[in-house]
Ligand binder design. Structure first.
Ligand code: UN1
Length: 495
């Protein structure tokens, strides 16, 4: 018998009484309730924001090194609980437990990075002044309260990408996770509390989009860090436009691609395509739903790709031998099925299609693979699907491949499979993306690298370590150590 989580909100260092407003189901076995959770009321959201606001001055005044040291304790707790965290995550979001474990490790890496940055991070620079007697320097200051609004597909690492840099720099946080993964979010906040983060520095509100909306509308929230769908990210940006100094760091999905050049190592190219398309059942924002293949390789590539895709085992997330698990919920299955149907109606050549969902009790859906020429109006090759659904698209020249890659509204992740440095540079410069990979899948970023995209994928405030830019603002300091006033630009000081 597996245990069920009693969901509680965490406000001002206190756990509120559990409530069961909504049930959190295991997508591999829809009759298993992972936990029951409260929808935060508008008053509870307001109280979480004011707790964060009240905790801000004390936390900001705490030395950066001492703030970072709290993360050392958190790292020990994550190491202690890695297996339990991975198992809970697998039950809640359906990712295979081996992937969940890797995600816990990714979260741990963020925490370790924050700890190390306490003593090594640079948070200002000394600059020159026109006046010899003046010292000038910049210094980063925290904004204040950061709302952390996160998705279900990376329910542990992505929150830490945001909570880590925010707290390191002296901000306080209100965390609103996806309602698909409230249990792992609650566990994470329990670990923050156990690690000794002061009351009010990390607050947890749970529930649906209305809860996130109330949080984002609060004028006391200075920064919103968001990863999730374009529709929600756009809504956050619109609501935030009403506030003059609101910062939004948004990462909003992709229509990523792997480009397979004619000089590619063949097996590596097939594996990179398979991992990009089907790891996490295609539910990473960096998953590739387009493999752009040189026409001379296409016949052989398509055959090897389909043969490999047929062999992949989508099954129980708790069985480490399975390649991947179910989709996150029924809605996810219906969305992918509707794109599979759309592909057929748009006239593509279907190479592999699921007959029907493989398991009636879970949200399983085997891969869908098709081949099509690049066409500007084909919706399936332009819209984000978020599931095991992938197009193989032929190209003739590198210029064609870059044009096909760029012909979407998104620009998140790109992988190029080539042995040629010249080609790698060509795609690096000509394509629009945030993360570029060579001879690798389009997934698998590490926390000390910036993570984000351009166009509909993001607004230039990448997550993970690079989030420091969004959660602080740079101030300028100019200090005169002369005995009279001398001004820049030759401004006269005679009175
Ligand atoms: C996401 O897909 O939302 O780069 C995050 C990766 C992971 C993070 C993915 N480190 O694939």
């Amino acid at each position: 018998m597996t245990s069920s989580v009693s969901g509680r909100l965490f406000v001002g260092g206190e756990w509120l009484a559990p409530r069961d407003d909504f049930a959190d189901l295991n997508p591999a076995k829809l009759d298993e309730v992972v936990g029951t959770f409260p929808h935060a009321t508008p008053e509870e959201v307001a109280s979480a924001v004011s707790s964060a606001r009240d905790a801000f001055p004390g936390w900001r005044r705490t030395s950066r090194i001492l703030r970072a040291e709290c993360f050392d304790r958190l790292a020990q707790l994550i190491k202690r609980d890695t297996d339990a965290l991975a198992t809970l995550m697998a039950r809640e979001c359906g990712k295979n437990v081996t992937e969940c474990r890797a995600e816990v490790v990714e979260g741990l890496h963020m925490v370790q990075w924050v700890f190390g940055s306490g003593r090594t991070g640079v948070y200002g620079e000394v600059v020159a002044s026109e006046i010899a007697e003046k010292d000038a320097f910049t210094r980063r200051k925290p904004w204040g309260v950061v709302a952390v609004v996160t998705p279900w597909n990376f329910p542990f690492a992505v929150p830490l990408w945001m909570l880590g840099p925010s707290l390191l720099e002296g901000n306080t946080c209100v965390f609103k996770p996806s309602e698909e993964t409230p249990g792992i979010a609650q566990r994470l906040v329990e670990l923050f509390a156990e690690a000794g983060f002061p009351a009010g520095t990390v607050n947890l509100v749970q529930g649906s989009g209305a809860v996130g909306e109330a949080l984002v509308k609060s004028p006391s929230v200075n920064v919103v860090c968001f990863t999730g769908s374009y529709a929600v990210g756009r809504r956050i940006q619109e609501l935030s436009a009403a506030l003059p100094d609101r910062i939004v760091a948004a990462e909003m999905g992709g229509k990523n691609a792997v480009i397979v050049c004619d000089d590619a190592r063949f097996d590596l190219a097939v594996n990179a395509g398979i991992l990009s398309a089907f790891k996490t059942t295609g539910q990473r924002c960096v998953s590739a739903s387009r493999i752009i293949v040189h026409e001379s390789l296409m016949g052989r590539y398509a055959k090897a790709f389909v043969d490999t895709a047929k062999r992949l085992r989508f099954g129980d997330p708790l069985d480490p031998k399975n390649f991947a698990g179910p989709l996150v919920n029924r809605k996810g299955v219906e969305k992918v099925l509707s794109y599979n149907a759309l592909a057929k109606s748009e006239g593509v050549e279907v190479l592999l299609a699921p007959d029907q969902p493989a398991n009636g009790n879970g949200c399983f859906l085997p891969p869908f693979v098709y081949r099509t020429d690049a066409k500007p109006n084909l919706r399936v090759t332009h819209e984000e699907v978020f599931g095991p659904h992938v197009a193989l698209i032929p190209f003739k020249t590198d210029e064609d491949a870059a044009r096909i890659y760029n012909d979407t509204e998104y620009g998140l992740s790109m992988a190029v499979i080539t042995e040629s440095y010249r080609r790698m540079r060509f795609f690096r410069d000509e394509c629009e993306y945030g993360m570029g990979y060579v001879n690798l899948p389009s997934i698998g970023a590490e926390v000390h690298l910036p993570f984000g995209g351009v166009k509909k994928s993001g607004n230039g405030h990448p997550s993970a370590a690079a989030l420091i830019e969004a959660v602080t603002h740079k101030t300028a300091w100019t200090v005169n150590h002369g005995t009279d006033i001398k001004m820049a630009q030759g401004l006269t000081t005679a009175i």
